[in-house]
Every structure is written in C-alpha cells, then in structure tokens.
Design a protein around this ligand. Sequence first.
Ligand SMILES: *Cc1c(COP(=O)(O)O)cnc(C)c1O
Length: 364
Amino acid sequence: MLMASNIKPQPGIMDITLYQGGVSTVDGVQNVLKLSSNENPGGPSDLTKDAFSRAAHDLHRYPSTDHRSLREAIGEIWSLNPERVICGVGSDEILHLMCQAFAGVGDEVIHTEHGFALYRISTLAAGATPVEVKERNRTVDVDAILAACTPKTKLVFIANPANPTGTMLGASEVARLAEGLPPQAILVLDGAYAEFVEDFDAGLALIETRGNVVMTRTFSKIYGLGGLRIGWGYGPQMVIDVLNRIRGPFNLSGAALAAAEAAVRDVEHTAKCRSDNAHWRDWLAQALAKSGVPSDISKANFILARFKSEDEALACNAHLLSEGIIVRHPKGYGFPYCLRITIGDESACRRVAHAIATFKEATQ
Ligand SMILES: *Cc1c(COP(=O)(O)O)cnc(C)c1O
C-alpha cells in the first residue's frame, strides 16, 4: 500500500544509516572464527550462566523496575553511589537516552572522526545535529573538540579506550576536556572497554568532582553478555533522574538483571579475562608487527592492524575469509586501509597471526 505523502518521520531520522554489526558466517565454511565484534572468546563466567539458568524459574514474573539489586552490586564492586547508576538495554540505550533527554532540533552533538557509529545515529534520532571532529594520530584530540564547541553544543561523546583504534586519552586530558566545555554541555565517557584496562577508574573521579560528566559501561564486552543486552551509566544525580523518567520501566528482563549481577560480582573471573586479553593482545600485536603489519598500542580487546593500502587490507580480509576467519574492515570508521581484529583465545590468536603471516609472505 502507498504511504500517504503527509506522513513523515521526525527530522533527522531518514539521515540515519543502519548500524552494521560484525558478520558471523562465511558461506561454505564450517569452522568459522569470529573476531569481528569484540566479544569475549570464553563467553560469560560459570556463575553468570548459573544465575541466568536459575532465572528461568521466574520468567512469569515482571522484573524489577528500579534495578536496585544490580545497581547495588555495581556500587559495591566499583565503589560508587548506586543511587546514581542507571541500567539500560546495553550501553546503547544509555547513549540513546542521553541524546533524547539532552539534545534536540537545533542542538549540536560532538563525536570524533573515528568514533562509534551509534553516537551519530542517536544524535540524528533525537533530531539534533552531529558534529564530527578530527582525531590526531588515531587518538581523540581534546583541542580539536574544544575548538568545535559552540553555544549549541549539548553533548560530547568519546570512548576511552576508543573503538576501533584501541587508543586512550590520559586522565589529565579527559579532565582538560571536561573543564573546557561550555556550561550547557555534558561529556559522555563511553567506557565499553574500561574493564580491560588495569587500574583504570574510567572517569569516576572526574564525575565525582564535576557536574558535567557521565560515564557509560557495558556487560557486552569483558563480561561476555553481548547477547543479553545490558549496560549501565553513572553520573550526576540530576542527569540520572532525567534519564529514569524516559526509560521504559521494564527495560531489562529478570534474566538479564540476574546474569549481570552475577557477572559483576565475579571479580576473579573478570580479572582473569583482563589478564588473558592483555597477554594475547600484546602477543598478537607483536606477531603482526613481525609480519610487517603495525598497530597502535591497544588498551582494549582488539587491535587495529594497519596495511599499506585499502587494496592490501581488502586482499588480506579476503584471504582471512577463505580460511574461515572473520575480522572487521572498518572502512565506515575512516580506516579503509585497516582491519580490526578482536583478541580471541590462544588458538584464535595463533590462527589469525599465522593466516596474516602467510598472506604477507605470499604477496610480498
Ligand atoms: C561495543 C561497544 C559498546 C557496547 O554497546 P552495548 O549496547 O552495551 O552492547 C558501546 N560503545 C562502544 C564504543 C562499543 O564498541
């Protein structure tokens, strides 16, 4: 049926390009190795899976609307005030709510050149204007962001560590950014990969000393729960109160809440994932460098491998696919000459390193 021509979506929505998830299958290949979505190769911990299974007995019950038990667990583990935690359907929902609540038609929202695609999507969905700022050497550039701020700037999104670069801003640079923003703007620190960094507060100290910083976190990466969709945010009480007014009262299922609580409390397992990841990430970066494929020092659970050209990156990607290995070609993030490779377990790292070495030898 034809759509009546007077019926139109809100401004901005038709400018949204659909988010591209990591590919997970290769035609005709059985033993596929998926290293395209920064997933934890070991999946969730045993305690997390047990909690999820137990939740099956309560599927007829509506879940908690205030997420108190999960917020208290997060508060305990990360030493923060549970009253100022908000839980969402992935950190995606928190990012989305931030735009919906604080940016609208005529407002500007800053993201960086290689920043996460969702910042732009959520900005447009709210009717606001995305403003893209250059990075420097594949790292967020505080001066460039401050120079791009105007009286219309409402939000600034950065991920730290960043995706797909894996690079980080130091605490003093993040503080300089927060201090330099115009008074009506909020800095959103996306900490999707924060748990992979040793002794990192993800901006917590800054949030406690300033009124204009919010942090988002996820259970999709180190906790291995991407399929369950759980994230959280932390910030000033006023911001959290605003977000709670617009989020769905039953946004998280009981099973998701139970699994997330078990996951965040399983600190031993998280520490093991962190150290395994660091070990194999550094091993893989060195192995690729030996094959003539450099990368920046990554603090996350992936590395951004640089090739000589887009053609070489695409040829290597084709070779990897022929071996059943799926990585990400981050062309849409401004890196046509790169491949982003998730850190898998030992055998995954050895398999992808070997395949890239073979490719380089054959094409040299
Ligand atoms: C993976 C990722 C997220 C997590 O999104 P969820 O909705 O929590 O799964 C957020 N930000 C960045 C930069 C990411 O790479």
